[in-house]
Design a protein around this ligand. Structure first.
Ligand code: SF4
Ligand code: FES
Length: 320
C-alpha cells in the first residue's frame, strides 16, 4: 500500500490510486474537479482545475516534479508528498485556470438554471477575479435543438467531455460529441438529431456548468427556493433512487442523488427523471442531505415534508 502525504496528512492507499482519489479518501483539502467523474471511465485530464504540486515524487526518487500535475490523472507513488491548499503556486495556478475557463463563459448566473449548483460558480467565487481582463469577443454559438427534454447552451460549455462519456458509456447509441478543434470546438449532435434514449438525461446531472439543463425545469424556480427530498420507486430501468425537488407540493424536477463530491450516486433513467413528477409515484424517504456550504441548504431550517398531516379529530382534540 503506497503512502501519500497531502497537505501534511498521510494515508496509505491501494495501488493505482490517483492523488485526487487519495485526497477524497482523506476528506480534506480536496482539489476541485470540473472534468473528472469517478463513475465515468476515462474522465479527467481536461480542465486543469485539480492541479497540485508534488514536492517529493517517492521514497525511491524524492525529487520534486518539475511542473504542477493534474491530480486526477497522477497516480500515487510510495512516499509521495503533495501540496494543494498549502502551496501558493497551486493557488496562483488555480486562479489562472479559473480565469481561463471564464474567458469565454458568459457571466449569466442571474438567469442560468445551474446557479447554486454550478462548479464554475463555486470556483470563481473562491479563485476568480472580480473583473475580467479578457478584451476579446467571447465565443458565441447558434442555438441547437437537441430534443424536448434537454437544453444545450453551448456558450456556457467548458468542454469537460463528461456528457459525451455519459452518452458513450450509458446509452446504446451516441449521437453527439465534440465537433471541430481548438477555439471552434463545440458539443453538438452531428445532424442536429434529438438525443433520445433512456439514460440521456444523466448528461444534465454530470454537466458541471449550465450548458446542459433540464428543459422541463427551465426558469421554473431558483434551486435554493426548492426543497430536495430523497425518494425511490420500483423502476425496471434503473435503481430508482432519486432526489425530488419540491416547490410547495409540486415536484419541479427529478434528479439523481449526489454524493459529497457532487457526483451522481447512481445514474437514473429518463422515465424516472421526466415522466414521474407526482408525489404518489414515489416512496418518500425524507429530506435530502445537502452540504451545509451549499446555497441550497439555506431553506433547510424551514423544511417540511410534502405529506399532508392528518387533522386532529374532535375526539383527539378533546383527549389532547
Ligand atoms: S456540455 Fe457540459 S458536460 Fe458537456 S462538455 Fe460541455 S460542460 Fe462538459
Ligand atoms: S479534474 Fe483533473 S483535469 Fe479536470
Amino acid at each position: 500500500m503506497p503512502k501519500v502525504t497531502i497537505d501534511d496528512i498521510s494515508l496509505e492507499v491501494p495501488l493505482g490510486t490517483t492523488i485526487l482519489q487519495a485526497a477524497r479518501m482523506i476528506g480534506q483539502n480536496v482539489p476541485p474537479a470540473m472534468c473528472y467523474y469517478s463513475k465515468l471511465e476515462g474522465s479527467g485530464g481536461k480542465c486543469r482545475t485539480c492541479l497540485v504540486q508534488v514536492v517529493a515524487g517517492s521514497y525511491k526518487d524524492p525529487r520534486p516534479m518539475p511542473k504542477l500535475v493534474a491530480s486526477c490523472r497522477t497516480t500515487v507513488m510510495d512516499g509521495m508528498e503533495v501540496r494543494n491548499t498549502t502551496s501558493s503556486e497551486v493557488q496562483e495556478a488555480r486562479k489562472g485556470v479559473t480565469e481561463f475557463l471564464l474567458a469565454n463563459h458568459p457571466l449569466d448566473c442571474p438567469v442560468c438554471d445551474q446557479a447554486g449548483e454550478c462548479k464554475l460558480q463555486d470556483l470563481s467565487y473562491e479563485h476568480g477575479l472580480s473583473k475580467s481582463r479578457y478584451e476579446f469577443k467571447r465565443r458565441e454559438f447558434d442555438r441547437i435543438d437537441i430534443g424536448d427534454k434537454i437544453q444545450l447552451h453551448m456558450n456556457r460549455c467548458i468542454l469537460c467531455y463528461r456528457c459525451t462519456q455519459v452518452a458513450e458509456q450509458l446509452t446504446p447509441e451516441r449521437v453527439h460529441g465534440v465537433l471541430h478543434r481548438g477555439e471552434h470546438s463545440e458539443i453538438s449532435t452531428m445532424i442536429e438529431k434529438a438525443i433520445d434514449n433512456d439514460f440521456s438525461g444523466n448528461m444534465i446531472d454530470v454537466c458541471p456548468v449550465g450548458a446542459l439543463t433540464d428543459k422541463t425545469f427551465r426558469f421554473k424556480s431558483r434551486v435554493w427556493f426548492t426543497k430536495p427530498v430523497f425518494a425511490h420507486r420500483n423502476c425496471p430501468g434503473c435503481e430508482g433512487k432519486v432526489t425530488l425537488w419540491y416547490q410547495g407540493s409540486e415536484v419541479l424536477r427529478v434528479t439523481s442523488r449526489k454524493d459529497k463530491w457532487g457526483e451522481a450516486e447512481s445514474f437514473i433513467c429518463n422515465s424516472c427523471r421526466f415522466d414521474h413528477k407526482k408525489t404518489e409515484d414515489w416512496v418518500i424517504e425524507g429530506p435530502a442531505k445537502i452540504d451545509s456550504h451549499s446555497v441550497i441548504s439555506q431553506n433547510h431550517m424551514k423544511f417540511e415534508l410534502p405529506v399532508i398531516q392528518p387533522l386532529l379529530t374532535t375526539e383527539n382534540e378533546q383527549t389532547a
